[in-house]
Design a protein around this ligand. Structure first.
Ligand code: NAD
Length: 502
């Protein structure tokens, strides 16, 4: 009997037998390792009802008490980071050091949320009119949901729930149905930290669970991270149902290398950012834009490093790159490699030749490097989400920036140069939400907000940081008058005129 991974509702594992399940694989062997329950009507309703009941109490819990729970959660996360990382690696396939890094980046958001009393301070204006003061407060929304992708099963949820919960909301996480176990480790840590039951809920599932949350009248807001078509769908559906929504989509991140750049540093960065986590990162570098005459030297340097990347089993300490998430996804990425060749790009490094990729039944694919890519090719137009780097050669800086700006995605972008003037011009004029100068993966720290432009984000707030606090709260402005009877401005009789300030 394979293990069934279930939901976490009302502070405990939901133990009813699921009607539907999804296979969870060991990506190194290709074997089915477990099954995850897929929520239907009963589980969706129970999850939302539990979260709604919990909200009535949680919103009344003092800021000091909420912060104590957050600090306790932070400590437990710190102590059990490796356990959480192992659960990620087991199902996702990313190497353990990478999963530990993922947990660390998520923990930064928990640490940011520990400062919530400061972040929730309102404004106060004394004597705006005679005897009249105004102050503003921010209040939680209620039950909020987070729908997350497979590639960061701990970090992406942690972009959302620490802040949502710190602000006084109750949170329902709908993780990816491809690597669901990390969500339950997190749920246990919350319970141990003293979070009341129902404040953090895990609803396992697929489209049916997502649609159930999007339609449910008691879900007030939805945060989504995933591919662009689903992000657009979630944004439109949630908004049509009157919910607050932020939906982060896919990406095609460019790294521009100017002729004055340090070629070795740029090649190191391209390989780390292109192949780390097998390219299954929304901030992975997918396109290297080589500005003339840097192309030949840069392609040689990247090729040399790409061939040296060790692709192998997740828990083998020698491995730098593990397998892809599923056979279906690996085959899709291989399909892109084949279409790149068919469309005339030059495959300089062929990851299909890695012994593991052909011999093992695991979902392996080694680093692939294309030169001579053009904007018309499908390997340039589509998000591949695998270990495939494309090099496009352009004549000058202007052509490079135009390429980035014309691309429908606008998540991350990087410039490699030694020229401060060019860097300053670039950061001001490039059309993307997160910019790196000699930094290939410019993921903002937790106290800034993360988000792309164009088809990489639907909605107007980015996640975590100050925009996260804004997203999970709504403003209220209180105007109060405590004038003494007979004081200036107190006429002592009704006044039907529109109130003006005096
Ligand atoms: P995905 O869009 O397939 O799935 C994301 C979530 O949507 C999952 O929880 C899934 O269950 C749900 N879902 C899938 N199909 C659905 C449907 N038809 N209707 C309703 N819900 C549905 O994405 P993925 O493959 O899990 O993750 C990879 C994608 O996520 C890539 O495109 C990547 O760029 C993107 N991503 C973006 C960011 C970012 O910050 N912009 C971060 C991480 C990942």
């Amino acid at each position: 009997m394979t293990r069934t991974i279930s939901h976490w509702i009302d502070g405990k594992i939901w133990d009813a037998r699921p009607d539907r399940t999804n296979d969870i694989f060991d990506p190194c062997s290709g074997e089915v390792a477990a099954q995850v329950a897929l929520a239907g009507r009963a589980e969706i309703d129970a999850a939302v009802a539990g979260a709604k009941t919990a909200f009535d109490e949680w919103k009344e819990v003092s800021l000091s008490r909420r912060v104590k729970v957050l600090f306790a959660f932070r400590e437990l996360l710190d102590e059990r980071a490796e356990e959480l990382a192992r659960s990620i690696s087991t199902e996702h396939g990313k190497v353990l050091s990478d999963a530990i890094g993922e947990v660390a980046r998520g923990q930064e958001v928990v640490e940011f949320a520990c400062g919530i009393p400061h972040l929730l301070k309102g404004g106060y204006s004394e004597s705006v009119s005679t005897g009249t003061d105004v102050h503003s407060i921010r209040q939680p929304l209620g039950v909020v949901a987070g729908i997350t992708p497979f590639n960061f099963p701990a970090m992406v949820p942690m972009w959302m729930f620490p802040i949502a919960i710190a602000c006084g909301n109750t949170f329902i996480l709908k993780p990816s149905e491809r690597d669901p176990s990390a969500s339950l480790v997190i749920a246990e840590l919350w319970a141990e930290a003293g979070l009341p039951e129902g404040v953090f809920t895990v609803l396992q599932g697929d489209k049916q669970a997502v649609d159930g949350l999007l339609a449910h009248p008691d879900v007030r807001a939805v945060s989504f991270v995933g591919s662009t078509p689903i992000a657009r769908y979630v944004y439109e559906t949630a908004a049509a149902n009157g919910k607050r929504v932020q939906a982060l989509g896919g990406a095609k991140n460019h790294m521009i290398v100017l002729p004055d750049a340090d070629i070795d540093a740029a090649a190191d960065a391209a390989v780390s950012a292109g192949y780390g986590s097998s390219g299954e990162r929304c901030m992975a570098i997918s396109v290297v834009v080589a500005v003339d005459p840097v192309g030949d030297a840069l392609v040689d340097a990247i090729a040399q490093r790409s061939r040296a990347v060790r692709t192998g089993p997740t828990f083998d300490e020698a491995s730098e790159m593990g397998p892809l998430i599923t056979a279906v996804h690996r085959d899709k990425v291989v399909g892109f490699v084949e279409s790149g060749i068919a469309e005339g790009a030059e495959l300089v490094v062929d990851g299909r030749e890695v012994p593991n990729a052909v011999d093992s039944s695991g979902f392996f694919l080694g680093p692939c490097l294309f030169d001579g890519v053009t904007p018309e090719m499908s390997i340039y137009r589509e998000e591949i989400f695998g270990p495939v780097l494309s090099v496009i050669r352009v004549a000058n800086y202007e052509e490079a920036v135009r390429l980035v700006s014309d691309n429908p995605y606008g998540n991350g972008v990087a410039l490699f140069t030694r020229d401060g003037g060019a860097a300053r011009r670039f950061e001001r004029e490039v059309d993307a939400g997160m910019v790196g100068i000699n930094v290939p993966i410019p993921v903002p720290m937790a106290y800034y907000s993360f988000g792309g432009w164009k088809q990489s984000l639907f909605g107007d707030t980015h996640v975590h940081g100050p925009e996260g606090v804004h997203f999970y709260t709504r403003g209220k402005v209180v105007t109060s008058r405590w004038a003494d009877p007979g004081a200036v401005g107190d006429t002592g009789r009704p006044d039907l005129g529109f109130p003006t300030n005096a």
